[in-house]
Design a protein around this ligand. Structure first.
Ligand code: LMR
Length: 334
């Protein structure tokens, strides 16, 4: 009798723990460095919602915004080590990983308009770029848009010559370094989470980012002047730890793929409006002067920055740059 009851409790215990085990969700830690109230922040939340719904709770996505878990460089290391499963670093942050080709997105004026960008990210060029991540233990899942960058400082920036001697915070991209040097500025690489304080304390004089990042980090409160230069682009690659991804049950991976496709559409659909709204909000704040370049001034910025495309050919690859330019030509841009 006693033996029977022992066996019975062992059996129930194993059934209960088996059920608990079966129900334990697969956790995806998705870390990023921007505010939740940006195109990337919103798209990450959308992915969470869609992924959890599609997998009926078998997957739990934990989104960590605003560098709460890791800063720029650390997050890539954490992904490779498997401490987080998913990230969406800006395309300017893949150089230190040894994938320099992603810096093609940083070249000044490489995208005359968003349709060229989408032809690149959704076409063969985008696929080939993602493939370069595989040997690093990373799988690329999609490109998320943000927008064209504005330049900010504590002095008016109307002509390229106004940049001379300015200490400018940049992301860890050699193209951005060359871009700032072409303007006579002194580039300084800083993690995104450090930018506000660096601007506030005068460690750097200025920076560049799309308005959505500028506004949500309150950079406009510590920058007296913003110029709508649209001189370069900023977007993201959503990436996942390859071992984790390949090890998922096939049905779950398929559902997550679908959720990512929808989140990507959503990110790309809201990006422009989010940036337009942020620029309006910056103007309304009255804390900084927003300047729109005249056509002559725009031409001067182009003249100063276009040589960076040629200068960076040996780093990024002549063919890659020329293939991007071909996409622009196909769409009728010269
Ligand atoms: C930056 O570091 O300036 C931004 O690109 C951060 C981000 O992820 O948008």
């Amino acid at each position: 009798m006693k033996l029977k009851s022992v066996l019975f409790s062992l059996l129930t215990a194993s059934l209960v723990s088996g059920a608990a085990f079966a129900q334990a969700p697969i956790v995806i830690k998705f870390s990023h460095v921007v505010s939740s109230d940006t195109p990337k922040g919103k798209a990450a939340e959308r992915f969470k919602e869609l992924a959890e719904k599609a997998t009926k709770g078998r997957v739990k996505v934990e989104v960590y915004a605003n560098s709460t878990l890791y800063k720029d460089k650390e997050e890539l290391e954490a992904l490779q080590l498997g401490a987080v499963q998913m990230l969406a670093p800006s395309l300017a942050k893949f150089g230190p990983l040894g994938v320099k080709e992603f810096e093609v997105f940083d070249l000044p004026y490489i995208f005359p308009a968003k349709d060229v960008l989408y032809a690149v990210t959704e076409g063969q060029i985008g696929k080939d770029l993602m493939k370069k991540l595989e040997p690093k233990g990373i799988t690329g899942l999609g490109f998320w848009d943000n927008g064209f960058k504005v330049m900010s400082a504590n002095k008016p920036l109307h002509m390229p010559a106004d940049m001379k001697g300015q200490k400018m915070r940049i992301q860890s991209s050699k193209v951005l370094d060359a871009q700032m040097r072409a303007l006579g500025a002194n580039p300084q690489v800083l993690a995104f989470s450090e930018v506000y304080q660096a601007l506030q304390t005068g460690v750097v004089d200025g920076t560049e980012n799309p308005p959505s990042n500028l506004y949500t980090q309150k950079m406009h409160e510590v920058q007296k002047h913003v110029t709508i230069t649209n001189h370069g682009y900023l977007g993201y690659a959503v990436i996942v730890n390859k071992k984790f991804w390949d090890g998922l049950p096939a049905d779950i991976r398929g559902q997550l793929d679908e959720a990512m496709k929808s989140a990507t559409k959503y990110a790309n659909a809201i990006a422009q409006q989010e940036n337009d709204n942020a620029l309006e909000a910056v103007k309304k704040s009255g804390k900084t002067t927003v300047y729109a370049l005249t056509p002559q001034e725009k031409a001067e910025w182009r003249k100063a920055l276009l040589p960076v495309q040629k200068e960076m050919e040996s780093r990024i690859g002549k063919d890659l740059i020329s293939n991007v330019n071909k996409e622009a030509a196909k769409l009728g841009y010269k």
